[in-house]
Ligand binder design. Structure first.
Ligand code: NAP
Length: 280
């Protein structure tokens, strides 16, 4: 039941019906006994400014921002965190006494998801496949975590070069380069991360892992299917690996904490997400 005092949270995007966030955030509010709801708002690009002003006027406490608004949102908000600025995209907004503060929780979400691999990222060499929207958050997370070399390989090489340039502006002490797949295979990587969409069909793979020299671990940010061909090959080669389910969970727990100042009920959110993903 929604009351006059119920706190409202939500997600804006277009389209929006596919969003998993309500299934993640509503059980978290319930678990902590909070009088709060999380809803979806379909907002077209031409209505973005009006929607953001309206949500503030209605005292909505916090929102997630998804496609196609993650970059356009910058022009309508007063303050962004350092991480969101480096990524060049916002996926979470908090209403701070009538103005929006923008954050991007993809970077911390991805880095937290790597915990089961037991890697020491500081000083490590990481290869990243892809240079799209999600790649930016993953790259900033890795660089903030102290990797010393980040090698980016993308089908459209110019896009990889552009990403490298924009990252170099924020991380001038670390080695960041755009490379071909053949070059990447010879690098002796501590971690290979797939941020492309390749593998989401369950059949294709963005790389052949048996061609890599001295590769130590593999992460795929795709969460559906839970075992992409890339991860199945990693398993066959005995390489520690994980999928994108953890990133999805931890970008959500980080958003919850950013809005409420509370520790997110992680196990409740994990269970809710697993249940939701098993149904779709
Ligand atoms: N786990 C999570 O929380 C999470 C969060 C965000 C995204 N994701 C997943 O990450 C994936 C990427 O999302 P995104 O938003 O970054 O998408 P995007 O902006 O559209 O980027 C797509 C990337 O995939 C590459 N690509 C597409 N088709 C390819 C092909 N046939 N061969 C080689 N490369 C190809 C693109 O290369 P070009 O530049 O050459 O086109 C680009 O690098 C999606 O599967 C998404 O579900 C997961």
């Amino acid at each position: 039941m929604i009351h006059g005092t119920t706190q409202i949270y939500g997600v804006i995007g277009d389209p929006i019906s596919h969003s998993l966030s309500p299934s993640l955030q509503n059980p978290a509010f319930a678990a902590l006994g909070m009088d709060a709801v999380y809803v979806t708002f379909r907002v077209s690009p031409s209505s973005l400014g009006d929607a953001l002003r309206g949500l503030l006027a209605l005292n909505v406490q916090g929102i997630n921002v998804t496609v196609p608004h993650k970059s356009d949102v910058f022009q309508y908000i007063d303050e962004v965190t350092d991480t969101a600025r480096k990524i060049g995209a916002v996926n979470t907004l908090r209403n701070d006494s009538g103005h929006w503060i923008g954050e991007n929780t993809d970077a911390i979400g991805f880095i937290r998801s790597l915990t089961p691999l037991g890697l020491n990222l500081s000083g490590s060499s990481v290869g990243m496949l892809g240079a799209g929207g999600a790649a930016r958050g993953v790259a900033v997370g890795l660089l903030e975590a102290g990797v010393s070399r980040l090698l980016i390989c993308n089908r459209n090489h110019d896009r990889a070069v552009a990403l490298v340039k924009s990252l170099q502006a924020s991380f001038c002490q670390q080695s960041i380069s755009a490379v071909s797949l053949e070059e990447l295979e010879k690098e002796g990587l501590n971690l290979l991360v797939n941020t492309t969409t390749v593998g989401s069909d369950g059949y294709s793979s963005p790389a052949k892992l048996n061609r890599f020299d001295n590769l130590s671990a593999v992460a795929d940010i795709i969460y559906r299917p839970s075992r992409t061909p890339l991860l199945l090959e990693a398993e066959k080669l005995g390489l520690p690996n994980l999928n994108g389910g953890g990133m999805l969970l931890y970008q959500g727990t980080a958003a919850f904490s950013f809005w409420t100042g509370l520790e997110a009920p992680e196990s409740v959110m994990r269970k809710a997400l697993d249940e939701h993903l098993s149904k779709i």
